[in-house]
Design a protein around this ligand. Structure first.
Ligand code: COA
Length: 164
């Protein structure tokens, strides 16, 4: 899955256990409340597709050469036919180069191919960069969860996957 253009050497692929150190480093660099390392270990151990009843959890990594520079995690509930982006981050020195766009586009396409008809995600109200990315992808604000992050509200963004 190579992209065209200036960053055409960046590839998005399934994770391996060897990727976890770098993924977790980016996670810690990117979030005040990072996921547990074990979550990435679990997803990497099954090459990025983890099935739990009617839900499948996915992880894909963006790599430049041997270096992991970003990742996206999402889930699909095949009963409700809803997808959710659970996590997306790009290493600080690789931001604003279209990597987040490619990761999100791939996640939306693959959740649609799975069975999802729509996708939602939560984002900190103060996270302008991520919200700009989501709006650019055609997502719109559809709700708010008060104090979702404890210290801050979440905005809920959604998209009808028919539109992609
Ligand atoms: C959000 C994030 C994943 C975006 O990744 P990215 O690779 O920089 O995104 P892209 O380069 O594809 O940007 C796409 C568009 O999003 C918007 N955008 C991205 N970063 C932005 C910023 N800092 N300020 C304003 N707009 C921004 C722009 O419209 C941009 O298009 P442009 O560069 O042509 O103007 C990245 O900033 C990140 O890892 N942040 C920390 C983790 C995080 O907050 N994740 C989201 C949790 S909900």
């Amino acid at each position: 899955m190579k992209g065209a253009g200036e960053w055409g050497t960046v590839e998005i692929r399934r994770p391996t256990p060897a990727d976890v150190d770098r993924v977790f480093e980016i996670e810690q660099q990117s979030f005040a409340r990072p996921w547990d390392r074990e979550a990435f270990e679990l997803l990497a151990a099954c090459r990025g597709d983890y099935n739990w009843d009617v839900v499948t959890y996915y992880l894909r990594v963006a790599v430049e050469g041997a270096e992991v520079i970003g990742y996206v995690a999402w889930r699909v509930d095949r009963q409700s036919r809803e997808g959710q982006v659970d996590n997306i981050a790009v290493s600080a020195e690789w931001r604003r180069k279209g990597i987040g766009t490619r990761l999100l586009r791939l996640a939306l396409r693959l959740m649609k191919e799975d069975s999802a008809m729509s996708c939602v995600l939560q984002v900190r109200e103060s996270n302008r960069a991520a919200q700009a990315l989501y709006r650019k992808m055609g997502m719109t604000p559809v709700g708010r969860v008060p104090e979702y992050y404890g210290d801050e509200d979440a905005l809920v963004y959604g998209i009808d996957l028919d539109s992609i």
